[in-house]
Design a protein around this ligand. Sequence first.
Ligand SMILES: NC(=O)c1ccc[n+]([C@@H]2O[C@H](COP(=O)([O-])OP(=O)(O)OC[C@H]3O[C@@H](n4cnc5c(N)ncnc54)[C@H](OP(=O)(O)O)[C@@H]3O)[C@@H](O)[C@H]2O)c1
Length: 223
Amino acid sequence: MGYRHFDTAKIYGSEPAVGNALMEAISDRRVEREDLFVTSKLWGSDHHDPVSGLKQTLRNLSMEYLDLYLVHWPVTLKPWARFAVPNEDEFEKLDLESTWAGMQKCLELAVNQVEMHPMWRQAKLREVCGDHKIHVSAYSPLGGPGNSWGSTAVIDHPTIQSIAKERKATPPQEKMRGSVVPRSESNANKGEGEGGLFELHRKAEGGGSHSLSMFIDSPLMPA
Ligand SMILES: NC(=O)c1ccc[n+]([C@@H]2O[C@H](COP(=O)([O-])OP(=O)(O)OC[C@H]3O[C@@H](n4cnc5c(N)ncnc54)[C@H](OP(=O)(O)O)[C@@H]3O)[C@@H](O)[C@H]2O)c1
């Protein structure tokens, strides 16, 4: 579909499938590894040893390196905890400094990925990250419709609807510029995301930029 950024995680269980698909595309010379941006995440059960967690992820993906490795949740779990919703007796006291030190052995610290969209603009966090030159990446940029924590509040928002109508785009296309990690399982939506992104970049180059930051910083959106 033309996607280049893959956002996976050990706990999603998708690393082997993502790795197989990407390795096949690389060996068929449809894409070069350096043209991809692959993200994965340290699960709570690997906080004791982030380097081992990273090595396991690389084995799962059959890759030699990641472009970005995130601390999935600020939650430490017993090393044998295996499920996305852990049992109560699997939690341990969080020692973020030691997790941080372990992550520093893996790679340079650079990105903070948080839920961010026009309904949750993360103004204070973006200011702090900006002061420390930390890039902020948005997950659930469409507001996570269909997820237990998400809703259609973003794609149904009247301001986004009206801008989309004016630009002859769909609300998700209007949203998908900037550092966002949208997810889609349906081919129609994937195609829309891709076409939308290229089309919106093209339009932006022509002067009419409507980036994520424009929505997030817009006085028209709720604080
Ligand atoms: N770090 C973390 O803790 C964390 C947490 C949550 C998510 N994430 C990352 O962020 C990614 C995206 O977040 P998310 O899945 O929560 O939310 P999202 O991207 O805001 O929303 C995904 C939903 O939007 C729908 N969608 C996608 N494109 C669409 C379009 N063009 N028109 C209409 N609907 C569309 C998808 O439906 P279809 O599948 O039917 O297209 C899916 O139900 C995840 O895959 C994950 O990598 C990270």
